[in-house]
Write a protein that binds this ligand. Sequence first.
Ligand code: SF4
Length: 319
Amino acid sequence: MRVLLGSPRGFCAGVDRAVSIVESALERFGPPIYVRHEIVHNGHVLASLRERGVIFVDHLDDVPQRAIVIFSAHGVAPAVWREAEDRQLRVIDATCPLVKKVHLEVAKHARNRRTVLVIGHPEHVEVIGTVGHYEPRPGARIIVVENDDQARAVTIEDPDNVAYVTQTTLAADSTAGIIGVLKERFPHIVGPQADDICYATQNRQRVVAKLADLSDIVIILGARHSSNSVRMLEVALARSTPAYLVDCAREVKREWLTGMTTIGITSGASSPEYLVTDLLATLRAWYPDLREEAIGRPETVQFRMPRELEQTGVKQATR
Ligand code: SF4
């Protein structure tokens, strides 16, 4: 049996930074540290942080006044900052810089009175935060479109003054289709240079496509509610290779591998590397002559820690 180990895989720079921010806050200020929303979409990461004194909350109401609260990598709307200020919370912002870039685009389009179409999943926490950065103006609004049909049906008051942004963790292929429909319907639509799908999402999708082409089966480690992991599964399945998204090695069934000779393995952007190590250990126990080969190269991108954590402490929330 042969394993092809995809690279880059696992934590992206945004997730790595977000987890480091929580760990630094624990070290510097001690528990409890409150985090609004799951810092990253992975149950293993959350469980380990909970054990160390992190309390995850869905609403700021659940954070005691003047406590420290960290905003997750997915970003929040300005209204959440205002609420934090009202509650006199001390905020550390772990929003990924690439998500912040989308927030800035949305705010700029709002200032230019453009209607903005957000390509993404309306329930996803990143999209909710992005939509919150739009201040509606007369004749302009923000609308989420999730698929080609919605792109074909959406109505806009001023079709010559429209823009689009995208959720960072979408599948590049299907997003290109939606953008194509929008460009056909609104020839003057304004968008980012390429699209907003981040480098890490695109790299992981490229790797999983390659693994699907070279392997009999692909196993992706990641959470089922992790958008980028689910998109990776879709990319592999679209290439007609059997593929599974699993939370950890225990979910892998030996019968999946019957008759297979090459297993492609990779992991989503919120999945810690020790889950891959565990899966390899399981496979080595099943196949003592297992051969491992690396495919691709690791990423070198790194994001700086927030200045307020590097220097004096944390920022009092301000509007
Ligand atoms: S997937 Fe991309 S946008 Fe999301 S946290 Fe990672 S680097 Fe940032």
